[in-house]
Design a protein around this ligand. Structure first.
Ligand code: CA
Length: 219
């Protein structure tokens, strides 16, 4: 897997590139926005600093998104909340705030890759028995009945439906739906599963896999 690190400061970029390479990633580095948009680069994921010498990083984000669905993680400094929001609106998949550790970044990269490689909108709605989950429209139906779900309930259902029949660990759900690996937040999953079961009206549809997590029942 090839990562493009877009960062002008050597003091940040060099240890980052080295850390990613140690984890087995292939890494290209671009020190300017123009270099980041070089079409000969074919990254599987872009790590994009928003403060670049030649261009606004948000314009780089917009340009990348216009031509491809490559996963993008934007890097912002503390206090740049509006950049983060705009970055996500422009199609970035996640963000990290400087200073960040390589381990944290790698966890984010893995979570984003899992999420985007299973991007169901690329293949249209997911069908699992009588359940239809349309991630692009953010709509879910059960036997033709529209489900009124909160955003997290929808994401949880999407995570389960994208790998229906498989036992999905709590850890994976936390990473994919809540973007955290903090195990203390595991209780949150139970609350959301309980409300999702209620809304589905069929408690057997989401099965509890003891000691692991949950599984969407496939008839
Ligand atoms: Ca910078």
């Amino acid at each position: 897997m090839r990562i493009l690190v877009v960062e002008d400061e050597d003091a940040i970029a060099e240890p980052l590139v080295a850390g990613l390479q140690r984890e087995g990633f292939d890494v290209d580095r671009a020190a300017t926005g123009a270099a980041a948009l070089d079409e000969s680069l074919r990254p599987d994921l872009v790590l994009l600093d928003l403060r670049l010498p030649d261009m606004d990083g948000l314009d780089v984000c917009r340009a990348l998104r216009k031509r491809s669905a490559v996963p993008i993680i934007v890097v912002t400094a503390r206090g740049e909340e509006s950049d983060r929001v705009v970055g996500l609106e422009l199609g970035a998949d996640d963000y990290v705030v400087k200073p960040f550790g390589v381990r944290e970044l790698i966890a984010r990269i893995r979570a984003v890759m899992r999420r985007t490689s299973a991007r169901p909108q690329d293949e249209g709605p997911l069908h699992v028995g009588a359940l239809v989950v349309d991630a692009r429209a953010r709509r879910a139906q059960l036997a033709g009945r529209e489900l009124e779900l909160t955003p997290k309930e929808f994401d949880l259902l999407t995570a389960l439906a994208s790998d229906a029949g498989a036992a999905i660990s709590r850890r994976r759900l936390l990473e994919e739906v809540w973007e955290t690996t903090w195990y203390g937040s595991s209780k949150t999953i139970d609350v959301h599963v309980a409300s999702l079961r209620r809304k589905l009206g069929d408690p057997g549809l989401i099965e509890t896999v003891r000691g692991v997590g949950f599984r969407l029942h496939v008839a």
